[in-house]
Design a protein around this ligand. Structure first.
Ligand code: SF4
Ligand code: SF4
Length: 452
């Protein structure tokens, strides 16, 4: 019997509606005639713009150069830069964007590319490839991968955990990636383990993803790999790093530290895939797979999309919006951001596009706290959300921090269970952001207050 490991305290089981998307194959969205490419698509500094209006660009050309702790940005399509505009991306803040009109030939798309022998390359060269090709963590906190890896190397990390838990409601793109691109995914994990001088790889996979787990076990058997598959629970937020580590390692990350403190490097399944594509074929991060779902969308599914494609075009690709759709969300319904402008482009941080109907959001009237304690029981970080909320409302920031404010992972469990519909997570997240003094202060999360 397979043992399923779950995290012990807190968490919830929201309606996840994954059935509509997890059984269909990933398909390629049409290449848009215009791509809007923001010069910051991760948590970190804005890239230096390398193109002007009128510049000709080729597929995958470097158009935004990041400083050492950032992620470069590349042209997703060949064409001509028609203008430079400023826009706001909820996850990353305000920045310039290059508007590229498609023209000319693709150099990589649809071509058979030679596979690099990465094992014969010096580790430094592999790491430089990940930096040069702008790879970021695509499923969790969108940090530049090369930078996180350098940090992990210094910390002497001994285990790589591929995060295949994907517990966010509606989202199933990583489940599909694990089923359809299992070989690349395992190679990506092997590359990361090689860079960290370890062979200890664990693929933590949600117990609801039986098909993916079966395919992975077969692939690992074929390769005679020492990596192993570990089934973890399906409770939300199982895929958040602290909860994943509690399940896999049976360890807590100390307050104010990261997973390197418990000698682990956590890599999202989509990031493992992007790593393999970059290192084997030299592909920059110019596309991603995302879930398009919700009661308001005509054809739900998982789509591979060129970055810079507008939400409108992705939605049209999926048959358009139903009249019942009342809200468009980037991400998942618990922690995603409302998108009011459908010309917003898909970026490296876009995990999903949801068109939600009235019955899929909870817009009940807000009332006073009735001290029911549900938010405390739901918090997977062991915090007291109602207490943090009150401290923030009374301007007692330092006291809130002393009560663990910065340990909040913005999972949204507290807001979800609150019968008084108090926007606990939204207020806590805003307070954290207001008091950051680094780039995270620019992301201005626009969480809606009556989410699922
Ligand atoms: S959003 Fe923060 S406070 Fe609320 S349940 Fe999640 S970790 Fe706890
Ligand atoms: S769940 Fe809502 S009503 Fe209950 S204690 Fe928390 S804030 Fe108060």
């Amino acid at each position: 019997m397979t043992v399923v490991r779950s995290f012990p305290k807190g968490g919830i089981h929201p309606h996840d509606d994954k059935e509509r998307t997890r059984n269909g194959s990933i398909w390629n969205a049409a290449i848009p005639s215009v791509c809007v490419v923001p010069l910051r698509q991760h948590w970190g500094p804005i890239c230096e713009r390398l193109v002007e209006t009128g510049s000709r660009v080729t597929e995958g050309m470097l158009i935004g150069r990041a400083p050492v702790d950032g992620a470069h940005v590349h042209a997703p399509v060949p064409g001509i830069v028609r203008r430079i505009r400023t826009l706001h991306i909820p996850e990353c803040g305000e920045c310039e964007a290059a508007v590229i009109e498609l023209s000319g030939a693709f150099s990589k798309l649809g071509k058979d590319l030679d596979e690099r022998d990465w094992r014969s390359m010096p580790r430094k060269a592999v790491l430089a490839l990940l930096r040069d090709l702008g790879i970021v963590e695509l499923s969790g906190s969108p940090l530049p991968l090369h930078h996180s890896l350098q940090h992990a190397r210094r910390a002497g990390v001994g285990r790589v955990i591929v995060n295949g838990a994907e517990s966010s409601p509606y989202l199933s793109s990583e489940d599909r990636l694990m089923q359809e691109h299992c070989s690349e995914l395992v190679t990506g994990a092997e590359i990361i383990a090689h860079l960290l001088h370890t062979e200890d790889i664990v693929v933590a996979i949600g117990a609801d993803k039986k098909a993916a787990a079966h395919i992975l076990r077969n692939e690992l058997g074929k390769r005679q790999s020492s990596a192993r598959v570990l089934e973890v629970g399906t409770k939300y937020p199982q895929s958040a790093v602290p909860q994943l580590l509690r399940s896999v390692q049976r360890k807590e990350i100390p307050y104010g530290k990261d997973e390197h403190e418990v000698s682990c490097f956590v890599l999202g399944a989509a990031t493992a895939y992007a790593t393999a594509e970059a290192v084997l074929f030299g592909k920059p991060c110019v596309e991603r797979v995302l879930t398009v779902a919700g009661g308001g969308i005509a054809r739900s599914g998982n789509v591979k999309v060129r970055l810079g494609t507008s939400f409108r075009e992705v939605i049209d690709e999926c048959g358009g919006l139903d009249a019942s759709s009342v809200r468009i969300v980037s991400g998942d319904p618990l922690t995603g951001f409302e998108v009011t402008d459908l010309d917003t482009p898909v970026t490296k941080t876009t995990r999903g596009i949801l068109a939600l109907t009235r019955s899929e959001i909870r817009d009940a009237e807000r009332r006073s706290c009735i001290s029911c304690g549900r938010c405390v029981r739901a918090c997977p970080m062991g915090l007291e959300p109602q207490r943090l909320y009150k401290l923030i409302e009374h301007g007692r920031q330092l006291k809130a921090e002393a009560n663990g404010l910065n340990a909040c992972t913005e999972c949204g469990c507290c807001s979800h269970v609150c019968p008084s519909r108090i926007p606990l997570m939204q207020r806590i997240a805003k307070s954290k952001t207001e008091h950051f003094s680094d780039y995270r202060a620019t992301r201005q999360p626009t969480y809606v207050e009556d989410q699922l």
